[in-house]
Every structure is written in structure tokens, then in C-alpha cells.
Design a protein around this ligand. Structure first.
Ligand code: ADP
Length: 490
């Protein structure tokens, strides 16, 4: 049997394991959703044990169902929801608290306090980020301040902090390796983006003890060897945060190339080359990946609630049974009929960076139906992505896209219409997982170079803009008026 590659894709709403052949063609995939905990308004938590159990569950089923043995696997790659923080005991390996998820807003006041003290400019210069609850640093600070078990473990030298990549590698290696991938580390607010090392002053600012943090490794490094039954000795040879993995999966290898992903949130990343360039206002600077010691940087625009607004219609309001039904209902209307939905459930990201913005639905009349809410919700995903494109200076002619909500054709056509850009949907929606598989294949030498990756066949669905410029402008203006009303609400 020719060697296979396995990608673990630990997303915000589900864990997936995907099997690829040696030419990186997908053979099979297993996916399992896990619980979202919302203990208070603005708080979002995951159970780190459940994350691991669903990840391991999907992986074992994938191996069993395809009769794959450890010796058949060339390497494993990991991609993961970014910024989410896990704290565990480095002796028992047990989580000390629920993981605080990237969307969680509980540290808004703390971040605001740091801003008032004038810390933001320095933090932005060092990290490329902004002082927002989104990133890991303030979440670690919160756990150390408010969770007795975390504080106690820190005092006893037993605290291990990590993002999800770190946690999965720890579990896969039976606690042998406490490491993280550089792109993931670049999202913590604790790493100097140019030297790619933890920064002493940032650690002090967030009160995070250096010994609690993992070692930072390149994206194609040997992260460790698995020590689980049926997987003994399998090399973990690639890792990247989900958005970086998607940028890699789209093969945005050259400066200027970009992609937008429609998952729980929407994230537009543009490759800016091998030299760090400070990002323009409203955008973030981030490590895309480091391969064989050479770093590629990216600029990023982030939308906190993208596809998640459809989940809210399904699970919160219960007005649809499935995400796909949002398209059917929205398509029964000729347009939004004046209804706008700003899904600022977790504040707003690019370009506002307002943690106090909150969701609103405006323009309701007695004639409003659930179809209007579906339409407005889907359009909100497109408007927010339009604002991402604008933050990049506009002029984007084509958008490579992927992610769960990119399967919604009405949304993709509307996206092309409101941005005036051609939208190229990757037909395999798991570009993120493919990116992780590519990194692992490069890391273990199964594929020799990025040039070889460019030869892989990726099939696209193309949506061309068809809306009159006047209509586009009228819709965008109205959207921006709705957004203004949502700012600073909390
Ligand atoms: P993540 O990796 O962030 O968990 P995925 O890429 O798996 O996200 O996408 C899941 C998201 O896509 C969910 O928020 C879901 O509501 C949304 N989604 C899935 N299918 C559709 C659809 N047909 N229309 C709109 N949104 C969808």
C-alpha cells in the first residue's frame, strides 16, 4: 500500500479526520460536532476533553473503516480553530478549566483597560494584532486571575497553556510534547512577530509565566510521534491554524494572492511575502507559515460571525431545520426588502474592532417573515466580507473561497454582486484540511516542494458579479447605516 496522509481538522463546531492518498486525493473523512457552551452572555467555552474525544473518535473510526495501520501513514498534519486557550495540568494531563473560545468576549474590559494605559501601539508593533479579547493572551490572563485551579497549578509549576494545536499534540504524544506551531503562536499576543519568540514584555503585560507556554516550532516541523494504540510512532509533521492552512490549501504561495473562508467566522488572508510589513488600519499582521526556517507573512481581516449566523437561525431562533434551508427560504424573496441583520453577537472585527457592538435586526414590518431573516442573515455574511475587501484597499478582482457556508450558492452569487469581484469557490470545501495535509506531506518529504503542490488539480465553481453599480452602492450604504447602530451597544 502506498503511504497515506492524515489531516486532523479541529474546527470551532466540529472535529474532522480526513484520509488522503499519496497524491493528496481525499479518500475518506469522518466528522463529529461537539458542544458549544454559552455560560453567560458573550462567553463561549469548549470542553477540551470533548474536543479530544471527538478528534480521537473520528480518527479511530477513519483508520478502522479504511483498514489503515500505523505503518501505512507517511505523516499526520493538524489544523485547528485558532486563539482558543486550553489550560491543563502538565502532570496529569487533565484540563484545569473549560477552554475559552476565540469568540469569547469576557476580557473586553481588561483589553479596554490596557488600551487606556496606552499599551496598544506597542502591542500592535510587536505582534501585528490589536488589543481585542479575540486573541489568546487576555484569555490566559483571565484564567490565571479568576480560576483557582489554574492559579494553583501555576504556583506549583504544573500549568500548561496551549492553543488547540498544542493540546492535540500533547494528547497524541501521550504528554511527551508541549509544543506549538508558529502561526498559531502569532495569534496569542505574546509572540514577537519578527523574532518568532515569546516576548518577555508581553508575557509580563498579560501576567503569563514563560514556563507555562509551549515551545514554538516551524509549520513543517516534526512536532512529535504519536503514542496511541494503533498509531504508535506516526509522525506529526505539519500544523497550521485553520485560516493559515486554508491560505496554504488554496496555494496562495505568492505575495498578493488571497482567500476568504466562510466558516463560523469569515477570514480574508493575503500573502504579503517573506518580510514582515506592518498591516494597514483595521487589518492584522500574522505569520502565514514558516517552512524550512523561512517565514511567510500575511495580512488578515476577520469577521467574528459568518456562517454562525445561520447556526443561530437553526439552533437559537429555530426557524430553519438545516443550514441549507436558509438558501431555499432566502430564494423565495426577490431581495432583502429593507431588512438588515448585523450579527455582532461577539462584537465586530475588521474594520471596527468593537467588542461592545451587539447584534441587531432592523427594517422589520408586519410583512416580515422568516424568509426575510434568512435573506438578511445570508446577506450579512456577504456585506461583512465586502467590508474585509474594502479594508484591503478594494480593487480585488477575484476571491478564492472555501468553508461550510461557501456551499450556499445564493450567498456566493450575492458575494460576487456586492463586491464586484469574481468568486471562485473551491469545490472541495475542506481546503483547510487539505492545507494541513500539504504541510505534512512537505514536512515528511512525501512531496518535495511547493512547486509540486501547484500541480494538484483543484476544481472551482465561478460566480461572476451581475449587479448594477447603483444597486450595489445603495445596499452597501444601507448596510453601513445598520452597522453604525450596532456599535458600542453593550
Ligand atoms: P468551522 O470550521 O468554523 O467549524 P465550517 O467551515 O465547517 O466551519 O462551516 C460551518 C459553518 O458553515 C456553520 O456556521 C454553518 O452554519 C455554515 N453553513 C454550512 N452550510 C451552510 C449553508 N448551506 N448555508 C449557509 N451556511 C452554511
Amino acid at each position: 500500500m502506498a503511504k497515506v496522509i492524515i489531516a486532523l481538522d479541529q474546527g470551532t463546531t466540529s472535529s474532522r479526520s480526513i484520509l488522503y492518498d499519496s497524491g493528496l486525493r481525499k479518500i475518506d473523512q469522518v466528522q463529529k460536532e461537539f458542544t458549544q457552551h454559552f455560560p453567560r452572555p458573550g462567553w463561549v467555552e469548549h470542553d477540551a476533553d470533548e474536543i479530544w474525544e471527538t478528534q480521537w473518535g473520528t480518527l479511530s473510526l477513519l483508520l478502522e473503516r479504511n483498514n489503515v495501520k500505523a505503518g501505512d501513514i507517511a505523516a499526520m498534519g493538524i489544523t485547528n480553530q485558532r486563539e482558543t486557550v486550553v489550560a491543563w495540568d502538565n502532570r496529569t494531563g487533565k484540563p484545569l478549566a473549560r477552554a475559552i473560545v476565540w469568540q469569547d468576549r469576557r476580557t473586553a474590559a481588561f483589553c479596554q483597560g490596557l488600551k487606556r494605559k496606552g499599551a496598544e501601539a506597542g502591542v500592535r508593533r510587536k505582534t501585528g494584532l490589536v488589543l481585542d479579547p479575540y486573541f489568546s493572551g487576555s484569555k490566559m490572563h483571565w484564567l490565571l486571575k479568576h480560576d483557582p485551579a489554574v492559579r494553583k497549578a501555576a504556583a506549583a509549576g504544573r500549568l500548561a497553556f496551549g492553543t488547540i494545536d498544542s493540546w492535540l499534540i500533547w494528547k497524541l504524544t501521550g504528554g511527551n510534547r508541549h509544543v506549538t506551531e508558529v502561526g498559531n503562536a502569532s495569534r496569542t499576543l505574546l509572540m514577537d512577530i519578527e523574532s518568532r519568540a515569546w516576548d518577555k514584555r508581553l508575557l509580563k503585560l498579560f501576567g503569563v509565566p514563560a514556563e507555562s507556554l509551549p515551545e514554538i516550532l516551524d509549520s513543517d516541523a516534526l512536532f512529535g510521534e504519536a503514542s496511541l494504540p494503533g498509531l504508535e510512532g506516526v509522525k506529526i509533521h505539519g500544523a497550521a491554524g485553520d485560516q493559515q492552512a486554508s491560505l496554504f490549501g488554496h496555494r496562495c504561495f505568492s505575495p498578493g494572492s488571497l482567500k476568504n473562508t466562510y466558516g463560523t467566522g469569515c477570514f480574508l488572508l493575503r500573502n504579503v511575502g517573506n518580510r514582515y510589513i506592518a498591516p494597514p488600519k483595521g487589518l492584522l499582521g500574522t505569520v502565514a507559515w514558516t517552512l524550512k526556517g523561512k517565514t511567510t507573512y500575511a495580512h488578515e481581516g476577520a469577521v467574528m460571525i459568518g456562517g454562525a449566523v445561520v447556526q443561530f437561525l437553526r439552533d437559537g431562533l429555530k426557524i430553519i431545520d438545516s443550514a441549507a434551508q436558509s438558501e431555499e427560504l432566502a430564494a423565495t424573496l426577490p431581495g432583502n426588502e429593507g431588512v438588515y441583520f448585523v450579527p455582532a453577537f461577539a462584537g465586530l472585527g475588521t474594520p471596527h474592532w468593537d467588542p461592545d457592538a451587539r447584534g441587531l435586526i432592523i427594517g422589520l414590518t408586519r410583512g416580515t417573515t422568516r424568509a426575510h431573516l434568512c435573506r438578511a442573515a445570508l446577506e450579512s455574511i456577504a456585506y461583512q466580507s465586502m467590508d474585509l475587501c474594502r479594508a484591503f484597499g478594494g480593487g480585488i478582482k477575484a476571491l478564492n473561497v472555501d468553508g461550510g457556508a461557501s456551499g450556499n450558492r445564493l450567498l456566493m452569487q450575492f458575494q460576487a454582486d456586492v463586491t464586484g469581484a469574481e468568486v471562485r469557490v473551491n469545490r472541495s470545501p475542506e481546503v483547510t484540511a487539505l492545507g494541513a495535509a500539504m504541510l505534512a506531506a512537505l514536512g515528511c518529504g512525501l512531496i518535495a516542494s511547493q512547486r509540486d503542490l501547484l500541480k494538484l488539480d483543484l476544481r472551482l465553481d465561478i460566480f461572476k458579479p451581475a449587479m448594477a453599480a447603483g444597486t450595489r452602492k445603495a445596499l452597501a450604504d444601507r448596510w453601513h447605516k445598520a452597522v453604525e447602530r450596532s456599535l458600542g451597544w453593550a
